[in-house]
Design a protein around this ligand. Structure first.
Ligand code: C5P
Length: 286
């Protein structure tokens, strides 16, 4: 039986500035995206009979029909390359759902990469075009690493790898719909951020500068939905970590170069919050 097993890495935004709302309802962004070690595991198996199916372990209430981006990705790939066979997709979820970590987008990207490996078709450009049809974060999730993202997130420029940081991820056990956070963002005016300083800090591998200029323009909107995030931020801060909401939230990451501080925060927060995980920057090359 032909089968591939693929990791689907979570994504965080080290910097996220939301620009104008566009006519298509999306927002133009400028963001520094980073893939991290937290991952789902996606297994694709070619079936000898029956329709394509998706099953999940630890997927909670996630749908398993084509509302799930992973199955949608396969159906798009199958149609584009006129593939007759069907597959079984199994996803072992570890990335919290609707958490600002691009878990669903990364699963969909993993399906595209896995399908290419199984059927030996599709160029990088083909996968990229399919990814952009599926969602704003899916193109980044195809290749991961460190990137400057523009447009609605699909215009990507690779960036030098970050200096070593630990990412302590804390999720309060609730889901937040990205769309709702953007809608609240549109209703108010928020401080304008500049990306230039963090790009300069990244060019010089200046860890202190990166921590100084790391920011998330969606954070205030996300905090309005989940005031408890302020408590998580304060706790991470107590351990000397830079707390930042991930994407549209509600996961909060604490950034530090100090392994001892990361472990101390982990130990303390682990029994308080439903999801606490230590992660580091990772891409698909290692
Ligand atoms: O592209 P994706 O389906 O992941 O986006 C989810 C929602 O987030 C969109 O429906 C839109 O409301 C919002 N969004 C946005 N601008 C972006 C990305 C997402 O407004 N650049």
């Amino acid at each position: 039986m032909k089968k591939v097993v693929i990791s689907a890495l979570a994504k965080v935004n080290i910097f996220l500035n939301v620009l104008a709302r566009r006519n298509d309802g999306y927002h133009d962004l400028e963001s520094i995206m980073q893939s991290i070690s937290l991952h789902d595991t996606v297994t694709l198996t070619v079936l000898s009979f029956g329709p394509s199916v998706l099953t999940l372990t630890d997927g909670g209430d996630l749908p398993t029909d084509k509302r799930n981006l992973a199955l949608a990705a396969w159906l798009l790939f199958k149609e584009k390359f006129d593939i007759r066979e069907n597959i079984a997709i199994h996803i072992k979820k570890r990335i919290p759902v609707s958490a600002g970590l691009a878990g669903g987008s990364s699963d969909a990207a993993a399906v595209l990469r896995g399908a290419r490996e199984l059927f030996g078709v599709a160029t990088d450009a083909d996968l990229f075009a399919l990814a952009a049809q599926l969602g704003s974060d899916v193109p980044f999730c195809l290749f991961g690493g460190t990137a400057l993202a523009k447009g609605r997130g699909e215009k990507l420029l690779p960036m030098p790898a970050l200096p070593k940081f630990y990412f302590v991820l804390v999720n309060p056990g609730m889901a937040l719909a990205t769309k709702s956070v953007y809608q609240l963002f549109d209703k108010k005016s928020w401080p304008i951020l500049s990306i230039d300083n963090i790009i300069e800090a990244m060019r010089h591998q200046d860890a202190a500068g990166i921590l100084q200029f790391a920011a998330n323009g969606l954070e205030a909107a996300s905090l309005e939905f989940c005031p408890v995030l302020a408590e998580i931020k304060a706790e991470l801060n107590l351990f000397g970590l830079l707390p930042l909401v991930c994407g549209s939230g509600p996961t909060v990451m604490g950034l530090t170069q100090d392994e001892g501080a990361a472990l101390a925060a982990m130990k303390c927060l682990y029994f308080k919050w439903p999801f606490v995980e230590l992660a580091w920057a990772k891409d698909y090359s290692d």
